[in-house]
Design a protein around this ligand. Structure first.
Ligand SMILES: [Zn+2]
Length: 98
Protein backbone atom coordinates (compact mmCIF):
# COMPACT_ATOMS: atom_id res chain seq x y z
CA UNK A 1 0.00 0.00 0.00
CA UNK A 2 1.40 3.30 -1.05
CA UNK A 3 1.28 6.24 1.22
CA UNK A 4 -0.19 9.30 -0.24
CA UNK A 5 1.86 12.30 0.65
CA UNK A 6 -0.48 15.10 1.23
CA UNK A 7 0.73 18.56 0.37
CA UNK A 8 1.31 20.48 3.50
CA UNK A 9 -1.20 23.18 3.71
CA UNK A 10 0.36 26.55 4.37
CA UNK A 11 -0.17 27.45 7.96
CA UNK A 12 -2.22 30.49 8.55
CA UNK A 13 -0.53 32.52 11.18
CA UNK A 14 -2.95 34.77 12.91
CA UNK A 15 -1.18 37.82 14.15
CA UNK A 16 -2.84 39.10 17.23
CA UNK A 17 -2.77 42.82 17.65
CA UNK A 18 -0.33 43.36 20.41
CA UNK A 19 0.52 46.30 22.48
CA UNK A 20 3.89 47.60 21.54
CA UNK A 21 6.35 46.62 24.18
CA UNK A 22 8.78 49.40 24.84
CA UNK A 23 11.62 49.02 27.23
CA UNK A 24 11.37 52.04 29.39
CA UNK A 25 14.59 53.58 30.56
CA UNK A 26 15.20 56.12 33.27
CA UNK A 27 15.18 58.89 30.68
CA UNK A 28 12.37 60.20 28.43
CA UNK A 29 11.75 57.48 25.87
CA UNK A 30 10.36 57.71 22.34
CA UNK A 31 7.35 55.45 21.98
CA UNK A 32 3.75 55.30 20.80
CA UNK A 33 1.19 56.03 23.45
CA UNK A 34 -1.07 53.02 23.87
CA UNK A 35 -3.95 55.27 24.89
CA UNK A 36 -3.95 58.03 22.27
CA UNK A 37 -1.72 56.28 19.67
CA UNK A 38 0.49 59.30 19.17
CA UNK A 39 4.23 59.18 18.74
CA UNK A 40 5.51 60.69 21.92
CA UNK A 41 8.52 61.25 24.07
CA UNK A 42 7.43 60.17 27.51
CA UNK A 43 7.31 62.54 30.41
CA UNK A 44 9.40 61.22 33.26
CA UNK A 45 8.98 61.92 36.93
CA UNK A 46 11.48 60.56 39.40
CA UNK A 47 10.22 59.15 42.64
CA UNK A 48 12.13 57.44 45.38
CA UNK A 49 11.71 53.73 45.00
CA UNK A 50 12.86 50.65 46.83
CA UNK A 51 16.45 51.20 45.74
CA UNK A 52 16.55 54.55 47.51
CA UNK A 53 15.06 53.06 50.67
CA UNK A 54 17.46 50.13 50.52
CA UNK A 55 20.47 52.40 50.16
CA UNK A 56 19.12 54.58 52.96
CA UNK A 57 18.94 51.59 55.29
CA UNK A 58 22.39 50.47 54.22
CA UNK A 59 23.93 53.88 54.91
CA UNK A 60 22.13 54.04 58.25
CA UNK A 61 23.50 50.63 59.23
CA UNK A 62 26.97 51.79 58.24
CA UNK A 63 26.67 54.63 60.72
CA UNK A 64 26.14 57.45 58.29
CA UNK A 65 23.11 58.75 60.11
CA UNK A 66 23.94 62.46 60.00
CA UNK A 67 21.83 63.08 56.96
CA UNK A 68 23.90 60.92 54.66
CA UNK A 69 21.19 58.33 54.60
CA UNK A 70 19.04 60.90 52.79
CA UNK A 71 21.50 61.07 49.90
CA UNK A 72 19.74 58.32 47.93
CA UNK A 73 16.59 60.42 47.89
CA UNK A 74 18.45 63.25 46.16
CA UNK A 75 20.30 61.15 43.62
CA UNK A 76 18.38 60.46 40.45
CA UNK A 77 20.14 57.15 40.04
CA UNK A 78 18.29 55.72 43.00
CA UNK A 79 14.86 56.84 41.92
CA UNK A 80 12.21 55.06 39.90
CA UNK A 81 11.25 56.71 36.63
CA UNK A 82 7.51 57.09 36.14
CA UNK A 83 6.65 57.52 32.44
CA UNK A 84 3.51 59.28 31.29
CA UNK A 85 2.10 60.56 28.01
CA UNK A 86 2.58 64.31 27.42
CA UNK A 87 -0.73 64.49 25.51
CA UNK A 88 -3.25 62.41 27.43
CA UNK A 89 -1.21 62.29 30.66
CA UNK A 90 -1.91 58.60 31.11
CA UNK A 91 0.55 56.56 33.08
CA UNK A 92 2.56 54.36 30.72
CA UNK A 93 4.94 52.51 32.99
CA UNK A 94 7.60 52.60 35.64
CA UNK A 95 11.29 51.97 35.28
CA UNK A 96 12.40 50.54 38.60
CA UNK A 97 15.91 50.21 39.89
CA UNK A 98 17.09 46.71 40.44
ZN1 LIG B 1 -1.36 59.42 25.20
Amino acid sequence: MQQIVQPVAPRVIVVQPQQMLVLLDDTPTATVCKYCNKSIITNVKYKSGSAAWGMCCLLTVLGLVCGFCLIPFCVRGFKDAHHSCPYCHKHLGIYTRK
